[in-house]
Each structure stands twice: as C-alpha cells, then as structure tokens.
Design a protein around this ligand. Structure first.
Ligand code: ZN
Length: 80
C-alpha cells in the first residue's frame, strides 16, 4: 500500500523536505557526439534519511508515515 507523511506537530500532510539516498544501476547511452541519455534506471537500494515538515520544521518521530486512504490521513487535515 502506498504511504504518505503526516506531521503530528502541526497536521501538515502535503509539504515535506525529504532526503533520500539511492543506489542505482543504469544504462548510460552515449551518442557519438557525446550526449548522454540514461536508460533502464533501476533502484537497487533506497533509504529515506530524513523527512522534515515544511510548515513547522519538525523532523524525526514527529513526522509519521501513514497509509494512503486511512483514517489517520484525514485526522488533522487542514491543508490548503
Ligand atoms: Zn509540521
């Protein structure tokens, strides 16, 4: 199930800064002229390192993950 973030401090559901580290494998396809096109990018590993709220700046356990469509998603929803 898809997940989204929710700030338990201010109720923000829509605006977050997310720092992610990704390890990927990709096919780098160059033209003779040297232009690069990246194809078949595959994410081998993805780690969300930090999520912080754009509204109040809270981070860590204050920002929780909630499944999309759950009751928790709408609990404090006063986003514009
Ligand atoms: Zn917040």
């Amino acid at each position: 199930m898809a997940e989204r973030y929710r700030c338990t401090a201010c109720g923000n559901l829509t605006r977050f800064d997310v720092v992610t580290s990704r390890r990927t494998r990709a096919f780098h396809h160059y033209t003779i002229g040297g232009d690069l096109e990246i194809e078949e990018e595959e994410v081998l590993d993805e780690r969300v390192e930090r999520v912080s709220c754009r509204w109040c700046g809270a981070a860590g356990d204050t920002v929780e993950r909630v499944p999309v469509g759950s009751d928790a998603e709408h609990l404090h929803d006063h986003a514009p």
